[in-house]
Write a protein that binds this ligand. Structure first.
Ligand SMILES: N[C@@H](CCC(=O)N[C@@H](CS)C(=O)NCC(=O)O)C(=O)O
Length: 214
């Protein structure tokens, strides 16, 4: 089952979601490192909007993480999309929350200011960090409610768990994010369980060591 190639930046949360899905399915794939933030376009990014990830399966090129996850879920293995209508609807709801409300504050604000910039020795942009933490509040509250209800983020892994996990991982890399996550006990327990999965540990890129990476 080869012929799968993923273009992506190792620190990208969206790329990590695609990689987690590939690992959950036990699929071999080649990873081509593309950093859309570098401005170099070397190697060239096949994504017309210079985003990542891009999956290529024997010439079938696919971008947009939701579509990529849906495609990977169609390979043989345990169901990653529930049959039950309420569970499936909650799964897509989490995907919507992740894309519309979670990515920017959790990753681009709290992770970048609170973890990445510290790791590479930049001055922390406290205003950006604070704005991210403020915007993250309702997002974590929504996710806590959903996990508590138990139709998603609870039980067998679905595409919702796979897409959310890298964002929570990034958020919790910043001490301020970890502190806020700890105040959401059900979501914290969900993340502890996800963090132990081989698909999640094996796709952990850690933090960059210097500012040459972004
Ligand atoms: N809607 C896209 C979003 C992907 C995305 O924004 N990826 C980030 C990396 S985590 C990216 O490529 N950023 C480049 C940029 O913002 O210029 C998807 O679901 O795949």
């Amino acid at each position: 089952m080869s012929g799968l190639t993923l273009h992506g930046f190792r620190y990208s949360v969206y790329v990590r979601a695609a990689r987690i899905a590939l690992h959950e399915r036990g699929l071999d794939y080649a990873l081509i490192e593309v950093n859309p933030f570098s401005g170099a376009n070397d190697p060239p990014n096949p994504h017309p909007m210079n985003r990542i990830p891009v999956l290529n399966h024997d010439g079938f090129r696919l971008f947009e993480t939701l579509a990529i996850l849906d495609y990977i879920a169609s390979f043989p293995g345990p169901a990653l999309i529930p049959d039950d209508p309420k569970r499936r609807a909650r799964m897509w709801q989490v995907q919507g929350i992740v894309n519309s409300y979670a990515y920017w504050p959790l990753v681009r604000q709290v992770y970048v200011a609170g973890a990445w910039d510290r790791a590479v020795g930049r001055t922390v942009d406290q205003a950006e960090l604070d704005a991210g933490l403020t915007a993250a509040g309702p997002v974590l509250a929504m996710l806590e409610d959903i996990a508590t209800e138990g139709l998603a983020l609870s039980g067998p892994v679905t595409l919702a768990d796979i897409q959310l996990a890298p964002m929570i991982a990034a958020f919790a890399t910043a001490p301020e994010g970890a502190g806020m996550l700890a105040r959401h006990p059900v979501l914290s327990r969900w993340w502890q369980a996800m963090a132990e999965r081989p698909s999640v540990t094996t796709t952990d890129a850690g933090l960059p060591v210097d500012s040459t990476e972004g």
